[in-house]
Design a protein around this ligand. Structure first.
Ligand code: ADP
Ligand code: GLC
Length: 485
């Protein structure tokens, strides 16, 4: 099968969150199953060095105000199609935000252009290669199904994947003229959403199937609490909505070979983790304490992640003699409040504001537990890294967290299947109780180590999920081939 992915970020090249991890890893798993995958991405500055080694496959004189080219490059085990358009993607700041931290004003055009090219390559192919299926990710690729539909041509089936419905790409209705979107689809059954152009909305309405990144999130999305205004549309398309759990790249995230770790380790040499923990104690200025766990957080600092609640639970952590180290960035106010906690509890709480891939690996390799008190979590990858590294996930029971962590309740402990701690509802009180439970479990060193080994043995790679995607894609290709319209 020839598969075209369209997305706005991809690890290890450009990453703001889990979307990049997924786009950087699932193509490899699909290739291992014998398929050919190409990933269309904007050629941000990070791709400049790679473009030099690629070939120009497509040239456009005018893509919304400037020329553009598509380069085909093989990099880090991936087939990339890089959309180079200086006026849209060649700039400083982050990929979505300007130097002041505001969304780039022309984001609707930047990602409209990405979607347009996704549809064009879907219809005509590139460099002699033609996709049989198009896989579009999040609102940035939401207009791919829209452009495919408005072409009126025989198009390959398109699957829209929702990684986070909180980000919908809603823009002023006038943008449709600039983007050349047809009036015929500007209605509630198409890409119109309460007088706006809805990128994700259009993608959901006009794709052949919709996937999201965990089975529990797929059911949560149908409710007003989690659907964020799109629950009605999703309910009407419920038969076409599937939840497929994310996997992680088992080569990049391997505690036995990870070059970022001070000391790599295996389930048989867990004592080697001590060196990683000592590194973290030095780095964050934390006092050692063998009796209580070291918790970590590696996250965007936002209310989605429930990290405002954790601020209130820090005194509980400290009272138990446990420690907390935090790596993250996001809401300015929350960043300040975390820094204030580090000042209030020196030796117990350490905070680093910013993004640091290398440190995130070290934290997974040296902490005892990873905290994720998310209010909603479509899948979550940090708990999967945690399982793989024996860093016990302490998570809210929602979305992918509910699907990937087995709570250490009495029954699970007796039947020896627990891999972490879950709590619900997402409140400070429940989080406090989860922290107490974790500290209690930690005291029983032998069973804690057994739980670590069990966590490390969990299947967190792409094997079974890649097969589910491949089966879904294949069934759509077959269905479309037998249809007469
Ligand atoms: P989301 O995509 O909602 O942010 P995920 O758990 O799916 O949440 O993925 C987050 C990804 O970003 C993980 O790979 C995590 O390690 C990484 N990450 C988040 N914050 C940081 C940070 N400050 N430094 C390094 N990596 C981070
Ligand atoms: C989103 C979600 C996160 C998920 C990631 C990758 O960023 O917030 O839960 O793991 O996408 O699918």
């Amino acid at each position: 099968m020839n598969i075209l992915f369209v997305a706005s970020e991809c690890a290890p090249f450009v990453k703001t969150g889990g979307l990049a991890d997924v786009i950087g890893s699932i193509p490899k798993a699909l290739e291992a199953l014998g398929h050919t995958v190409k990933v269309l991405l904007p050629a941000y500055p990070a791709f400049k060095q790679w473009i030099k080694h690629g070939e120009v496959e497509l040239e456009l004189e005018d893509l919304f105000g400037g020329s553009a080219r598509v380069h085909s490059v093989r990099a880090k085990g991936l087939n990339l199609l890089l959309l180079e358009a200086e006026h849209l993607y060649d700039r400083g700041g982050s990929i979505y935000l300007d130097e002041e931290g505001c969304d780039w004003e022309d984001n609707p055009i930047r990602f409209g252009a990405l979607s347009l090219l996704g549809a064009k390559i879907g219809l005509d192919g590139v460099g002699g290669w033609k996709p049989q299926i198009v896989s579009a990710h999040d609102w940035q690729a939401g207009l791919v199904p829209v452009y495919l539909r408005q072409s009126g041509r025989k198009a390959p089936p398109v699957v829209m994947t929702i990684h986070n419905i909180a980000f919908q790409g809603l823009f002023d209705g006038e943008i449709r003229e600039t983007l050349g979107l047809t009036e015929g689809l500007y209605n509630p059954d198409g890409f119109e959403f309460w007088g706006h152009v809805g990128y994700l909305k259009g993608g959901i309405a006009l794709s052949d199937k919709i996937t999201t990144v965990s089975p529990t999130y797929a059911t949560e999305l149908l409710t007003p609490e989690y659907g964020m205004g799109l629950e009605g549309l999703l309910r009407s398309r419920q038969a076409d909505l599937v939840g497929i759990l994310n996997g992680i790249d088992l080569d990049t995230w391997n505690p036995e070979t990870d070059p970022a770790l001070v000391k790599p380790y295996s389930p048989r040499s867990l004592n080697r983790r001590v060196a990683n923990r000592e590194f973290l104690e030095n780095h964050f200025g934390i006092e050692p304490n063998e009796e209580a766990p070291m918790f970590c957080v590696i996250s965007r600092l936002t209310t989605q992640k429930g990290l405002d609640l954790l601020l209130e639970s820090i005194p509980t952590i400290v009272k138990r003699g446990a420690r907390l180290i935090v790596l993250g960035s996001g809401d300015r106010d929350m960043e300040d409040r975390y820094l204030a906690m580090a000042r209030r509890f020196p030796g117990s709480v350490g905070v680093q504001i910013g993004y640091d891939e290398d440190l995130s690996h070290k934290m997974q390799g040296g902490s005892d537990a990873i905290l994720m008190p998310s209010r909603f979590e479509p899948c979550g990858l940090s708990q999967l890294f945690g399982l793989r590294y024996g860093t016990i996930p302490v998570v809210a029971r929602t979305g992918g967290l509910a699907d990937t962590v087995i709570d250490a309740n009495a029954a699970a402990l007796i039947s020896k299947c627990a891999t972490g701690i879950q709590f619900t509802p997402v409140t400070v009180e429940a989080l406090d109780r989860a922290i107490h439970r974790t500290c209690d479990l930690f005291k029983d060193t032998k069973s804690w180590k057994t739980m670590m080994r069990r966590a490390m043995a969990q299947e967190v790679g792409w094997n079974s999920s890649a097969e589910l995607y491949a089966n879904l894609f294949e069934s759509l290709i077959k269905k479309k081939a037998t249809r007469t319209d």
